[in-house]
Write a protein that binds this ligand. Structure first.
Ligand code: TYD
Length: 682
């Protein structure tokens, strides 16, 4: 079949093909701009180094630091301005003008140096750094608006930005290559020009490509709320869980920021010149990229918060080595290691933070501070000649500042680990060993959990449990329908909110407006709902001999308020034993899906519990499993992941329920899911 035939028959396919090709082209252009963007950093800072034309470390470090700070400043304070400009321009015009402006600006730096003696070239480099960065912000806002609108387009937007960020190591590599070429063929003052010419060429091409493209919808990008990192940091640092997390991120940014600010002068001291500087940047950028992409996957089930604390400590130790070992090859290798640790910190922090907390803002602000403070401090400390066991050892201000930063990061990392640790009392070694086996180490369920069982009732009590989006509601309803079809008196119910009072408690518990509720109060409110539920719904039904099927019961409190909120599980069990008069289900069906899958299935706006960060849901799941594994005779663990059909899952459940019934019925005699396709989790 020719392509036109296929197109005629499947118009949807052809539309997809063209829109994919369009998205691909657009992404290539934007990634190329990203390459230019990252290249401006080493190109402009290297230019600053050359322009000092001075061997004095202090002067050189200061010049490089100032240009770096000039490049970073707009990123930290002006993103809203960039977004405001982009919102007034047609997307294509915004991309075109931002790249054209950046092309002209980077070209102006060597031209001013060569042709206009009246302008101080170093000053102009600094000014160009601010303006390039500002144009970059307009570009970023317009580029962001090229992905489909928030919601639908989130995955596409993330992937677009991933490709832009992934350009950083390539830009550093290109810079290294250009520096090597320049060292071979150009004289000293002109050496730094080559990277700037290359950056000019890249932006000239991307400006042209953006100008010619037909792949963009007309009009400005839809306005998005943009917050400057400084503002975000001040406003959001009070959010629950934020201080420890932001502290860890800031400590890591101190390590990477100080190294970034001093890499140029340090590489020169170690005899590596600009190619050496380039290699340090390659190692840092590639390390960070590797850490971000791979880090959280390597130790999947390991506590994110513990991982976060450990990675900060690892970053600090790496910086310690970089500060003390005066050998460029070692510095480059260890910098890659530092990058991986930092990448893991960013990734784990982003996954752990509540949506309102902005770890990247903290990183940006601290990097700017490090760029502003580290170089002058290094200059002020100067060079010290030490005699260690007869050998002479020149310890420079750069080494000293890196050492100070490493020690501060180390102390901060240890404090952050203590503060973030969500598995206190569980030895790190057990946790690590379990993670290497691909499991979460779950502590044995305390013996006190054995609550006294109430006197046998006449009915049967079945509870469905699981994390968010596991399909409990669907499966509980299907089980009830199946039982009713076989002539049983069935009461379908759920928690929280099965009674009138319960509804009011539910509203209070799940409303996001309920802020600052203490974990104990939350536990008691769920228990109060449950007490009312048992007294008014479950117990009366059991007494008349009915089968009660409840969507959630006590285990939800043990898993969410106990494991999730890290409160003592035994105490919560006691409170609930009292609330329910010791009523324990005859069978608890635990539906297991990975939190990511479950949370992605949710179709409504997340409620207060659903908005908790990923690691909370990880703990809830581990908690459910620990409870179920402690009493296999009272539990059925059902894997409810994507590969299994609802019918298959409900058959497995029916078989187990069948064993409890006075008159067992054969399981799965008909496919009831097809009769009720519309049932989904509320
Ligand atoms: P609900 O909308 O019923 O959730 P789902 O559809 O996932 O069952 O809301 C119940 C929420 O309350 C859910 O996020 C779990 C939480 N919860 C507790 O934290 N503790 C409890 O004891 C119960 C019953 C629920």
């Amino acid at each position: 079949m020719t392509r036109t035939d296929a197109t005629r028959q499947h118009p949807a396919v052809s539309r997809d093909v063209t829109s994919n090709a369009r998205a691909e082209r657009l992404r290539t252009t934007l990634s190329l701009s990203g390459l230019g963007h990252w290249l401006t950093l080493p190109a402009l800072t290297a230019m600053a180094g050359v322009l000092t034309r001075d061997d004095d470390l202090a002067v050189r470090a200061q010049a490089v630091g100032l240009v770096l700070a000039a490049w970073l400043l707009p990123l930290v304070v002006l993103p809203p301005a960039g977004a405001a400009v982009a919102a007034r321009l047609d997307r294509r015009i915004a991309l075109l003008s931002a790249d054209a402006a950046r092309a002209v600006l980077v070209l102006s730096v060597p031209l001013v140096d060569l042709l206009i003696p009246a302008i101080n070239p170093l000053l102009w480099t600094g000014v160009a750094a601010v303006l390039v960065s500002l144009a970059g912000l307009v570009w970023a806002a317009a580029a962001d608006g090229c992905a489909p609108p928030a919601g639908d387009g989130d995955a596409e937007r993330r992937s677009l930005w991933r490709s832009v960020f992934a350009m950083a190591p390539f830009a550093a590599l290109l810079f290294t290559f250009l520096a090597l070429v320049a060292d071979g063929v150009l004289d000293v003052p002109d050496r730094a020009h080559l990277a700037l010419y290359a950056t000019f060429a890249i932006f000239a091409v991307t400006a042209l490509l953006s100008g010619l493209t037909r792949d963009l919808p007309a009009g400005p990008a839809p306005a998005a709320a943009v917050e400057a990192p400084v503002v975000a940091l001040v406003r959001r640092s009070g959010e629950a869980g934020a201080p420890g997390l932001l502290f860890a991120v800031a400590a890591t940014a101190l390590a990477t920021g100080s190294l970034l600010a001093l890499a140029k002068v340090h590489a020169r001291e170690l005899g590596g010149g600009d190619p050496g500087y380039g290699m340090v940047l390659v190692a840092l950028a590639a390390g960070i990229a590797f850490g971000v992409f791979l880090g959280p996957r390597v130790l999947g089930p390991f506590s994110r918060r513990r991982l976060l604390g450990l990675a900060v400590v690892a970053a600090a130790l790496a910086l310690l080595v970089i500060a003390l070992v005066q050998n460029l090859v070692v510095v480059v290798f260890v910098t890659a290691f530092l990058g991986v640790a930092a990448g893991i910190v960013w990734a784990a922090a982003t996954l752990t933070a509540a949506p309102a907390v902005r770890p990247r803002a903290a990183a940006a602000v601290v990097t700017l501070l490090a760029a502003a403070v580290a170089p002058p401090l290094a200059g002020a400390l100067g060079v010290h000649r030490l005699k260690v066991a007869g050998a002479v050892y020149d310890f420079t201000g750069v080494g000293a500042v890196l050492l100070i930063a490493a020690v501060v990061t180390l102390v901060a990392g240890l404090l952050a680990y203590r503060r973030l640790d969500d598995r206190r009392g569980i030895p790190l070694s057990l946790d690590l060993a379990a993670a290497l086996r691909g499991e979460v180490y779950a502590p044995p369920v305390p013996v006190e959990l054995e609550v006294p069982r109430a006197k046998p009732e006449r009915g049967v009590f079945i509870a469905f449990e699981g994390g968010e989006g596991a399909g409990k509601t669907t499966q509980a309803r299907l089980a009830a329908i199946w039982l009713r079809d076989h002539g049983y008196d069935v009461v379908s119910t759920n928690e929280p909110g099965a009674t009138k009072t319960g509804m009011r408690l539910r509203a209070l518990l799940l409303d996001k407006e309920t802020t600052g509720l203490s974990s104990r109060a939350e536990t008691l409110l769920y228990a109060a709902d449950r007490a009312d539920h048992v007294a008014n719904v479950i117990r009366p039904a059991m007494e008349r001999g009915a089968i009660v099927v409840s969507d959630r019961y006590v285990d939800s409190s043990l898993a969410y308020q106990g494991y999730g909120r890290r409160q003592p599980v035994e105490e919560i069990a006691e409170v609930n034993a009292w609330a329910t008069g010791g009523l324990v289900p005859d069978l608890t069906v635990l539906l297991e899906v990975p939190p990511e899958t479950g949370l992605n299935r949710l179709t409504t706006e997340p409620d207060r519990m659903e908005s908790e960060p990923r690691d909370f849901h990880d703990r809830v799941l581990a908690g459910f499993r620990a409870l179920a594994e402690a009493h296999p005779e009272r539990y059925l663990i059902v894997s409810a992941d994507r590969d299994r059909s609802q019918t298959e899952i409900s058959r497995e459940i029916q078989e187990r329920i069948g064993e409890l019934l006075p008159d067992p019925v054969p399981a799965g005699t008909e496919d009831i899911t097809s009769t009720f396709p519309a049932i989904t989790d509320a």
